[in-house]
Write a protein that binds this ligand. Structure first.
Ligand SMILES: [Zn+2]
Length: 545
């Protein structure tokens, strides 16, 4: 069946396209205009905006952390509703099913879960498979696990065995890439370390955080995995930590690397309160190092729950828990840390965090390297994205928010002086084109022939919050799934992963390790097709040539 979407403004920055035109869909893909054939179905979208389906590169939607977060905070939907976020009005809305529905209604069609624990990958993958409509993929965590640290003991590089171990871990958990969270810090926490910096060494292993990141970065580059290591730096959330982030960026040897939620590392220590915007310093480094991509991790005011494998920093944050309850689970590798948090506009620190995130977006010289995220749910729930799009595209809206913030925020933030407004095309870059490119998902994030027909149609409005909260139409793989901001058809997406290949010896070695330390067979932890009844659930992303 040939479908025509007729007469909308097509915004497709990957093809430098921003003009009124048509799109054609056949067999779930976008096709060039077929000569001499009439479409079977036509959608007239004159005056509307057409973009590729949006892609979220970093959102905690499945796995141990978020599940524990839901269990600890069943009241979150009610609290969010009381703050005017009615989409979370029922407890079920905090679960897998509602996650897919709400993402789709906003025009999102692919979302990446960024923190699967290797030994809990089955749980994460089963939960991803329970999310409707959107395609998904997971990043698997290494860097605090004993096997990696053992390989790096006293060495600068893990050599071929580390490379094989990384490849095996990616395949075993069906992940699209590697996540590194406070490399070595979670392990050091178990030895009672309460701070951990780039050149600190993991007790017993004698390996520095820097060496862990460098070795894993090299391994991923050698394996030709498209998505570079996705790094959560040391010292998250601490005043003055912009120096840690800049030092980590400068240590990246020109190999590709992605830094997650850098807003949480954009902190200087100037001013009366010793807490100031480090965004100019951070963005100077990001702008200069072309091998680096980042996502922002924007903060929004309101109730949320923070979930992170950075148990060292989560343990430190427990005193700020609101409501007063928290979970730190010290497991193999990173473990999990769950701390409820309420960002308040009247708090100097929270207001500054909000401003720093926006500064980072607006100081980006190349939007292809500065991607959109709130680190859901850490900076804000993903349902807040449309409000942030409004802030990024409208300086008057920013000024209105700034008026309500504590006066001393203005002394240590640059936001009030920034006049830039992102264009719709730039917004399409940071929410579509750039994430697709970064993940190696070449068949999406754009609207060229051959792309999977993931398409969002919006009514152009000055109020971008209203515009992006509810898409007029959303097509997923060519099928209409959303009309007038509501899901009209529930489909099931695919999960993307890489298969870089490894020397089979590594399986024997890792199995011996599991047998010796855990007394269990490795196969208990491996993700197989059997976790769903959908035979086409998993799809492979090719490694680079
Ligand atoms: Zn995260």
């Amino acid at each position: 069946m040939l479908i025509q979407i007729r007469g909308g403004r097509v915004i497709d920055p990957m093809h430098d396209r921003d003009a009124v035109g048509d799109l054609f869909i056949e067999d779930g893909r976008i096709v060039a205009k077929p000569e001499g054939r009439n479409p079977d179905e036509v959608y007239d979208v004159g005056g509307k905006i057409l973009m590729a389906g949006a892609i979220d590169v970093h959102s905690h939607i499945a796995g141990t952390n978020i599940t524990l977060g839901r269990q600890l905070m069943p009241e979150l939907p009610a609290l969010a509703a009381a703050e005017g976020q009615p989409i979370l009005a029922s407890p079920a809305a905090w679960g897998s099913y509602a996650t897919g529905i709400r993402y789709a209604e906003m025009g999102y069609t692919t979302v990446i879960e960024p923190a699967m624990i290797p030994t809990h990958a089955i749980e994460a993958q089963a939960e991803l498979a329970a999310i409707p409509i959107i395609d998904t993929a997971g990043l698997v965590i290494l860097g605090n696990d004993d096997y990696t640290l053992e390989l790096l003991r006293g060495a600068r590089t893990g050599g071929d065995e580390l490379k094989d171990y990384v490849a095996w871990t990616l395949e075993h958990s069906k992940a699209i890439g590697l996540k590194i969270i406070n490399a070595g810090g979670s392990e050091a926490f178990k030895f009672n370390a309460r701070t951990f910096d780039l050149d600190d060494e993991v007790p017993d292993y004698g390996v520095s955080s820097r060496a862990i990141v460098e070795s894993l970065q090299q391994a991923v580059a050698d394996l030709r995995v498209p998505h570079p290591p996705h790094v959560h730096c040391n010292n998250r959330g601490i005043a003055g930590n912009v120096e840690t982030a800049v030092a980590t960026i400068e240590a990246t040897q020109d190999l590709p690397i992605h830094f997650a939620h850098i807003q949480f590392y954009g902190y200087g220590d100037a001013g009366k309160k010793g807490f100031s915007s480090g965004a100019p310093r951070l963005m100077e480094a990001v702008n200069k190092h072309k091998n680096v991509t980042v996502d922002v991790g924007q903060v929004m005011f309101g109730q949320t729950v923070t979930v992170s494998g950075d148990i060292l920093r989560q343990f430190d944050a427990r005193g700020a828990a609101s409501p007063k309850k928290w979970v730190i689970n010290q497991g193999d590798g990173n473990g999990t840390g769950v701390v409820p948090y309420n960002y308040r506009a009247k708090s100097f620190v929270n207001a500054l965090q909000w401003a720093i995130g926006l500064e980072i977006f607006l100081m980006a010289e190349d939007p292809w390297r500065v991607l959109f995220s709130t680190d859901h749910p850490n900076g804000a729930l993903f349902i807040r994205y449309p409000e942030i799009f409004h802030l990024l595209t409208d300086r008057d809206e920013r000024a209105r928010w700034l008026d309500d913030l504590p006066a001393d925020v203005h002394e240590v933030s640059n936001l009030a002086g920034i006049t830039r407004e992102l264009t719709l095309s730039e917004l399409a870059v940071i929410t579509r084109g750039a994430p697709a490119r970064l993940l190696g998902l070449t068949d999406r994030g754009h609207l060229g022939p051959g792309a999977v027909a993931d398409i969002a149609v919006y009514t152009d409005q000055k109020n971008k919050r209203a515009m992006f909260a509810a898409a007029d139409l959303v097509f997923k793989s060519g099928a209409l799934v959303v009309r007038d901001g509501k899901v009209v058809r529930v489909a099931w997406g695919r999960c993307y992963h890489v298969e870089p290949g490894f020397d089979a010896q590594i399986k024997r070695r890792v199995n011996a390790f599991y047998d010796r330390y855990y007394g269990v067979d490795l196969s208990r932890f491996g993700v197989t097709e059997a976790i769903t009844h959908r035979p086409d659930r998993f799809a492979t992303v090719p490694c680079l040539n």
